[in-house]
Ligand binder design. Structure first.
Ligand SMILES: Cc1cn([C@H]2C[C@H](O)[C@@H](COP(=O)(O)OP(=O)(O)O[C@H]3O[C@@H](C)C(=O)[C@@H](O)[C@H]3O)O2)c(=O)[nH]c1=O
Length: 184
């Protein structure tokens, strides 16, 4: 498991080892002890899986507010996507800053998105599947969103993004009152 820090403390890119042979490959996509060895202590309780049919589909930018905030460990099961985390902890020296990484079925990379960060992605290939582990259960009353195109993210995409009605109506980051506070 290769662990790469990003410009946002706490947001890390994981690349699990792949053991290739004539059949294909084997990989441990999650190993709690290996993460503990790196000082990352996460107890996941829900796994999510979604498929987006078309290139340019955006899901996000989403969060669950406390007391049901979620850390998410995200990977791509099929296709490819550009996955993003945005710091929304009030008072954070990196408030509003973002990190993006290409996750694909081919590269096997994973992005760890901690509590206090927006999460979202844009698909780069048709029929793209995303799979992610969460440290709290879905709590619709705590569900929130910020507009995908209001955070200065370079999506590297020309054309019309495909969004849910909910995401199309999300407030801009500039008009958003975050429920998260930076704890230092
Ligand atoms: C997120 C979620 C949704 N649902 C239901 C609610 C709704 O009827 C349907 C689709 O929900 P959404 O439109 O919110 O799905 P989606 O836009 O894919 O939402 C997800 O986006 C990514 C970026 C995240 O980070 C996730 O946490 C989640 O917010 O699935 C659950 O039953 N459990 C869940 O955990």
């Amino acid at each position: 498991m290769q662990i790469e820090e990003t410009r946002l403390a706490g947001v890390v890119i994981l690349t699990p080892q792949r053991f290739g042979d004539a059949r294909g490959f084997f990989s441990e996509s999650w190993n709690r002890q290996r993460m503990l060895d790196h000082g990352i202590d996460l107890e996941f309780v829900q796994d999510n899986h979604s498929m987006s049919s078309d290139v340019g589909t955006v899901r996000g930018l989403h969060f669950q507010a406390p007391p049901h905030a979620q850390d998410k460990l995200v990977r791509c099961g099929q296709g490819a996507l550009f996955d993003v985390a945005v710091d929304i902890r009030k008072g954070s020296p990196t408030y509003g800053h973002w990190v993006g990484v290409e996750l694909s079925a081919e590269n096997g990379k994973q992005l760890l998105v901690p509590k206090g960060f927006l999460h979202g992605f844009m698909t780069r290939a048709p029929q793209t599947e995303i799979i992610y582990k969460c440290t709290d259960y879905y709590a619709p009353d705590c569900d929130g969103a910020v507009a995908w195109n209001s955070c200065g993210i370079d999506w590297d995409f020309e054309g019309a993004a495909i969004l849910s009605d909910k995401d199309a109506a999300a407030p801009a980051l500039a008009d958003f009152d975050s429920p998260f506070v930076w704890e230092g």
